[in-house]
Design a binder for this molecule. Sequence first.
Ligand SMILES: *[C@@H]1O[C@H](CO)[C@@H](O)[C@H](O)[C@H]1NC(C)=O
Length: 255
Amino acid sequence: MSLPKLWSLHHILLLSVFTGAANGYYNYRWPQCIYSSSDFSDMVFLDSYYFNKYLYVQFNSTVGRFVGFTEFGVKFAEIWNKDPAIIQQLKAEVDTFCKPNAELYKTAIHDKAVAPVVKLSLVKQGDSRHPSLLMCSAYDFYPEKIKVSWLRDGAVVTSDVTSTEKMANGDWYHQIHTELEYTPKAGEKISCMVEHASFKKPMIYDWNPPLPEFEWNGPLLFTAGAAGLMLGIITAAAGFIYYKSTSTDEILVLH
Ligand SMILES: *[C@@H]1O[C@H](CO)[C@@H](O)[C@H](O)[C@H]1NC(C)=O
């Protein structure tokens, strides 16, 4: 693996710190490569010089020369702008420094995809009057771009998808939660489909409804109790008959 190129300080100045009695004075230089396109076509090299918090002179590769912001900065910009060697080298940094490093970061970080962990859950159990609420959650995926949809017997559902929230975990991973309001129909299959850079094809997760809860009520309890009692009587009777028959056999053997 090749390492990023380090910014060389050979041509101009110095990175210096003057320490006063109580406070420090900071004179520093901040080179930056700024871009947002994946082909780096919008790459800008920025070389900024600060004294304490104040930016006094800056080179911007798009502008192609130094621009001073204080009397001191303007003076320095004037001098440096007269040196074609310095200007040529700084302009070239876009190609020699920024782009090769950006390419390294891209292959090392940006192109790495981490698959989401997908979970389906029942948020609210519906009844005869209210629909159920299902939630499809995808956790810990990278990169952020993702598509989560609901399928009803394989067809994409467009209505009744009540909310979609995408959140950054703060550790480069993201999560998303999508809800579906639905009235269960017998034999129908509800699934959540997730499309992400980490998958070769859309992944489908089927919803397995939990078994309906068994409700005990008065008559049911009575029936269960009566059945239990009957079972007890039968068992006792069978035991008694068995005992009787075996003891008779023993008597017979003895004779
Ligand atoms: C660099 O200069 C260009 C052209 O003036 C400007 O559009 C851009 O905002 C500058 N970049 C920064 C970061 O200042």
